[in-house]
Design a protein around this ligand. Structure first.
Ligand code: SF4
Ligand code: SF4
Ligand SMILES: [Zn+2]
Length: 686
C-alpha cells in the first residue's frame, strides 16, 4: 500500500457480481444472490459509474494512445464502466470493466490530451492485435520500476511499450532517446475479465436495490435523530451538485420542506444556477441565495489570481455572503444539512458527521451521506429518477467556481471548450497579471501554473519540464511585483524590519484599529513620527512612508505582523465585512474602512483572522518576503483560528474570577460573547 493510500482514515469497499457483471455496494448481489468479488481499487476507492461522456473519453484516450479505434470494442468490454480517481499531477482515473481494472486514463499536462496506460488485463485484451508495440526482456528477475533499458529499436517519443518475457506481458515502459524507461511491473497471474455479460444502469440498480435501501434507511434515521437531538431549524445547503441533490431528496422523504441555501459565488457556471432554481421550483421550496455578486471580479484586481495556496476567494465569495445571509435570514441557530462525503478529500475524511461551522458558529452542520461513495450517490439518483446538473453529462466531475485553482488542467480545458466566453474573460485577467509579473505567459497561463502562488512541487515539476524553472526559482521577484502597488521595499533584519510603503502611511489606519492590539495610546513627536509600544519588547515607528518594527521574541514578532496586517488591510480593505460579521461583541464596523469601537473591543483579534487582506494577502505575499520563505504562513508561532477561539474562552473564565466590582464592567463587554458560546457548548454536549 502506498504512502498516499495509508493516509486515508476511511476507505470504500466495493464488489463485483460475476454473474450480472455489475458493481456491488455490498458483498452479495440482490438480483442473483451471488457472492461478489472484492474490487481492488486505489484508495479511497470512491468510484462512480461511467456516463455516456466517459465512453467518449475512453475512446478518445485509446485513439490518442494507439492511433486507431481497432480492437476498442473488445478492450472496452461488456459491462457498464466504473471510474476511480487516483493521485496524479493532473487527472487520472482507473477504468474498471467486466470486474477488472483494464487501464488508467489520464490527462497528460504536457501535451494537454487524454492518454491511456494499460494494465495487464487491458494488455491481454489487445496484445495479439498489433496495436501496441512490445519489447521482449531477457529476464524478468531484475526488472524494476524506473530502470532504463537500452534499445536500438526506434519508437515514438514517450510511446507506451508493453514489456514481455517469453511472450507474456510483464510490464509497461515508455520510450525516450534510445531507452525504454520501466514504468510499472505487472503481477504474474491475473485474468483479463471475470464476466462477459452485457450490463446496463438498470442491472446495477437491480443488483443493489436492497443494499441501497439499507444505506438509505441509515441516512434517514441519522437525519431524524440529529433533528430530534438538536431541535433546531433544518436547512439544506444546495450547491447544484449531485451530493446535495441526494441529501435534499432524503430530507424530503422525511416529510420536511427545508429552505435551500445556495452560495452563488458569482463565478458559477450558468447550468449550475439554472439547476438550483429548477430544483427549488420543482419541489416548491424556499430558496435563499447567499450572493457574492461581482465581488470576485472587483477583488481580483487587488489580489491577483487565486491559488491553491492563496485562497482569498473563499473568504470573499463564500464566508462573507454566507455569514451575511445567515445573519439576516435566521435569528436562531440552524442545522445545515450538507452533501459532504468523506471520500472527497482527506480533510473531509477526518471530519465528524456533525460539526460546528468554523466560520459561522451559529451553524451546526451535518453530513448524512458522509460514508457514501459516488457509486451509491449515482445509484440513488438513477433509482429515484432525479435530474442532476447537466454539467455531469458534459464531462464535469466537480460543480463549483468555473476557474477554481483546485481544478485540474483537464477540467480547465473542459471549461475552455464548453464556455469559451467565460474562459475568455478569465484569460484577460491572467494575461494582465502575467505581464505585471513578467512571467512566461504561455507556460504560466496555458499550463495552469497560475494555480499555485508558492513554488509548490507540481508547479516546480511542470515549469522545469517546460524549460521555465525561473517561474518557481525566482519567487521573490514575483512576489515583489505582485505587491508593488502597496509596498515599495522590505528590509528585514534579525531584530527589526523596515517596510517602505508606496504611499504615505495614513495615521488613522493605526488609530482606527488600535484597540484590536490592546493598545491605548500612541505617541506623536513634533516631526509627526508615530511611536507605538506593542509589548514589552516590541515597538513600531511610522514616519511618512516608512514603518519600522522592532522586536525580540517570536511573540513580539507576531505582534509586529499584526500591526502590519492592520495597516495593509486599512489601505486595501475590500469591504467584504467579514470582520464586522464575525466580531462577537459588535465592536468593529466597516464604512469604506474598518473602524473599531474601543469600549466594546476585547482584543481577541478574530476580526484579523477572518480578513482576506490580513490573512491571505499579507500572510502569503508580504510575510514570506520578510522571513524569506514562501511557506512563511506555516510558521508554528502564527496564531491560528483555534487559538483565537480558545483565547476568547479564557477571557470568559477570567471574567468569572476577577473581583465582583471590576468584573461587572468586564462582564458587560463579554455578555454577547457568552451568549454565543453558551449556545455552542450546549449543543456540543448534547
Ligand atoms: S473581533 Fe471584535 S472584539 Fe475581537 S479584536 Fe476585532 S473588533 Fe475587537
Ligand atoms: S478589513 Fe474587514 S471589510 Fe476590509 S477586507 Fe478585511 S475583513 Fe473585509
Ligand atoms: Zn448478480
Amino acid at each position: 500500500m502506498s504512502f498516499f493510500e495509508r493516509m486515508w482514515p476511511i476507505r470504500k469497499k466495493l464488489w463485483w457480481c460475476p454473474t450480472c457483471n455489475v458493481p456491488l455496494v455490498k458483498t452479495r448481489c440482490n438480483r442473483c444472490n451471488t457472492e461478489g468479488i472484492s474490487l481492488k481499487l486505489t484508495a479511497p476507492g470512491d468510484a462512480r459509474p461511467g456516463l455516456e461522456r466517459d465512453e467518449k473519453a475512453l475512446l478518445e484516450a485509446y485513439v490518442n494512445e494507439f492511433g486507431t479505434k481497432s480492437g476498442f470494442t473488445d478492450f472496452r468490454g461488456s459491462s457498464i464502466l466504473l471510474l476511480n480517481k487516483v493521485p496524479y499531477i493532473d487527472e487520472m482515473r482507473e477504468v474498471v470493466s467486466d470486474g477488472i481494472v483494464i487501464c488508467r486514463i489520464y490527462f497528460d499536462p504536457y501535451i494537454r490530451k487524454w492518454r491511456l496506460r494499460l494494465s495487464k488485463p487491458g494488455v491481454l485484451r489487445i496484445l495479439n492485435r498489433g496495436i501496441v508495440n512490445t519489447f521482449e526482456v531477457e529476464s524478468q528477475k531484475f526488472l524494476r520500476r524506473l530502470f532504463r533499458i537500452k534499445t536500438s529499436r526506434v519508437f515514438r517519443k514517450y510511446e507506451q511499450i508493453v514489456l514481455t518475457h517469453k511472450g507474456e506481458p510483464v510490464g509497461i515502459g515508455y520510450y525516450e532517446n534510445g531507452y525504454i524507461k520501466v514504468h510499472s511491473i505487472y503481477p504474474r497471474t491475473v485474468a483479463d475479465r471475470i464476466s462477459r455479460t452485457n450490463s446496463s444502469i438498470n442491472d446495477i440498480i437491480r443488483a443493489n436495490e436492497n443494499s441501497m435501501r439499507e444505506f438509505i434507511s441509515k441516512a434517514l434515521a441519522f437525519i431524524d435523530v440529529t433533528l430530534e437531538k438538536t431541535a433546531i431549524k433544518p436547512i439544506v445547503s444546495f450547491s447544484g451538485g449531485k451530493d446535495s441533490l441526494v441529501v435534499l431528496h432524503l430530507v424530503l422523504q422525511l416529510g420536511i420542506e427545508p429552505t435551500l441555501l445556495f452560495n452563488n459565488t458569482g463565478i458559477e457556471l450558468p447550468e449550475t444556477i439554472e439547476s438550483v432554481h429548477r430544483t427549488a421550483r420543482k419541489y416548491g421550496l424556499n430558496l435563499v441565495v447567499a450572493d457574492a455578486g461581482n465581488a470576485f471580479w472587483n477583488s481580483v484586481e487587488f489580489f491577483g489570481p487565486p491559488g491553491r495556496d492563496y485562497r482569498w476567494c473563499c473568504k470573499i465569495l463564500k464566508l462573507a455572503p454566507l455569514s451575511r445571509t445567515i445573519k439576516s435570514t435566521w435569528n436562531d441557530d440552524i442545522l445545515n444539512i450538507v452533501g459532504q462525503r468523506a471520500f472527497e478529500s482527506l480533510d473531509r475524511a477526518r471530519r465528524p458527521r456533525i460539526w460546528r461551522s468554523q466560520w459561522v458558529p451559529r451553524v451546526l452542520c451535518t453530513a448524512p451521506i458522509h460514508t457514501w461513495s459516488q457509486l451509491e450517490v449515482w445509484i440513488y439518483i438513477f433509482m429515484n429518477k432525479l435530474t442532476p446538473n447537466p454539467l455531469y453529462e458534459m464531462g464535469y466531475e466537480r460543480i463549483g467556481c468555473f476557474m477554481c485553482p483546485a481544478s485540474t488542467l483537464a477540467e480547465l480545458e473542459l471549461v475552455k471548450n464548453t464556455h469559451p466566453h467565460l474562459w475568455g474573460n478569465w484569460t484577460k485577467i491572467l494575461n494582465k497579471w502575467s505581464e505585471k509579473l513578467g512571467v512566461n505567459k504561455e507556460v504560466w497561463i496555458e499550463y495552469g501554473l497560475w494555480r499555485w502562488l508558492a513554488p509548490a512541487r507540481h508547479k516546480q515539476v511542470i515549469s522545469r519540464k517546460l524549460g521555465s524553472p525561473e517561474i518557481t526559482n525566482e519567487w521573490r521577484s514575483t512576489y515583489e511585483l505582485w505587491i508593488e502597488n502597496i509596498i515599495d521595499h522590505i528590509d528585514s533584519r534579525e531584530e527589526y524590519i523596515h517596510v517602505t510603503f508606496k504611499n504615505e502611511i495614513p495615521h488613522n489606519a493605526v488609530e482606527a484599529q488600535l484597540p484590536i492590539l490592546g493598545i491605548k495610546e500612541v505617541k506623536r513627536n513634533s516631526k509627526g513620527v508615530l511611536s507605538i509600544k506593542l509589548d514589552h519588547n516590541a515597538e513600531a515607528e511610522i514616519r511618512g512612508k516608512d514603518l519600522i518594527l522592532m522586536f525580540k521574541t517570536e511573540s513580539d514578532f507576531e505582534n509586529c505582523m499584526d500591526l502590519l496586517k492592520l495597516l495593509i488591510r486599512w489601505i486595501a480593505c475590500q469591504q467584504c465585512k467579514n470582520c464586522e460579521l464575525s466580531c462577537l461583541v459588535g465592536a468593529i464596523s466597516v464604512k469604506n474602512k474598518p473602524v473599531v469601537n474601543s469600549s466594546n473591543c476585547i482584543h481577541c483579534r478574530l476580526c484579523l483572522r477572518v480578513c482576506p487582506v490580513a490573512e491571505v494577502y499579507v500572510e502569503h505575499l508580504v510575510i514570506p518576503l520578510i522571513i524569506n520563505t514562501p511557506l512563511a504562513w506555516r510558521r508554528p508561532c502564527r496564531e491560528g483560528f483555534e487559538e483565537v477561539l480558545s483565547k476568547i474562552t479564557t477571557l470568559l473564565s477570567i471574567s468569572k474570577k476577577v473581583e465582583e466590582r471590576t468584573a461587572e464592567m468586564f462582564r458587560n463587554r463579554l455578555r454577547k460573547v457568552e451568549d454565543n458560546f453558551a449556545a455552542f457548548f450546549s449543543l456540543m454536549n448534547k
